[in-house]
Design a protein. Structure first.
Length: 139
């Protein structure tokens, strides 16, 4: 392919543009990084548009907080001669904590009992010796 003055000028223009792009690229990346950091900062958005941000926060808060449940009127029917079951006791915070601790203790006791049973069973009936005995009988 023949090299002409036009192609040399064109290739030099391309090389010059590539050098320019390589020179500007680090600055463009730094600018983009700074812009992303700025856009992800809530303080930036709050300083630019405080009213819409506050309104959105109020709406989200309203949606997240559950509404009070209205007490419904209940009808109680009493039958004569039939003993009424007692109402279930309401558990307070201490009762809830005690129930959680009792559940954890019961789980731990079950785990320990299963581990103890497994260790006792495996030492009384070692599986390796049973398998060895079977292999000797088969051969």
């Amino acid at each position: 392919m023949a090299t002409t003055l036009a192609t040399e000028k064109q290739s030099e223009a391309i090389r010059s543009r590539m050098r320019e792009i390589r020179t500007d690229l680090p600055y463009d990346v730094d600018d983009a990084r700074q812009r992303v950091k700025q856009l992800s900062d809530w303080r930036y958005h709050m300083s630019r548009r405080p009213l819409p941000i506050l309104a959105a926060a109020m709406v989200v808060g309203y949606w997240l907080v559950p509404a009070k449940q209205k007490q419904r009127d209940t009808v109680v029917v009493h039958h004569e001669g039939v003993s009424q079951p007692s109402a279930p006791a309401k558990r307070g915070m201490l009762g809830g904590i005690a129930g959680a601790v009792a559940t954890l203790l019961l789980r731990q006791a079950t785990t320990m009992a299963a581990s103890h049973f497994t260790n006792a069973f495996s030492s009384k009936y070692p599986i390796d010796s049973i398998l060895k005995d079977r292999s000797h009988h088969v051969s």
